[in-house]
Ligand binder design. Sequence first.
Ligand code: AMP
Ligand code: ZN
Length: 112
Amino acid sequence: MSCVFCKIIDGTIPSTAVYRDDECYAFTDIHPQAPVHVLIAPRQHIVSLAETDADDKELLGHLIWAATEIARTKGLSRGYRVVLNTGPDGGQTVDHLHVHLLGDRPLGWPPG
Ligand code: AMP
Ligand code: ZN
């Protein structure tokens, strides 16, 4: 398996853990775009949001729930952003589904 996030999840590639449970693993982004920049990835290898189907509804909800839990533990009371870059036009660079949690600074809109 050549997937970098699968290797992070199985511990082959080191990472800084933020949260973990049976369904997902969350770790700090290696190139943070905000003071808080956490990636939440399912343990199961799914390429992107575009590859999901009705069977994944519960897992997708779980990933968003995990992001909100992490935001609470990080004290992001002024708000935060949850992003799922999907496919080439969506800016996805790692082909293992992941949720970005960004916070602890004002974030501009629209994105690039
Ligand atoms: P995306 O561009 O949405 O696919 O996001 C991929 C993210 O993974 C980027 O923000 C990268 O900085 C991050 N990333 C890539 N390799 C690693 C790594 N080894 N550890 C932590 N984050 C990584
Ligand atoms: Zn993977």
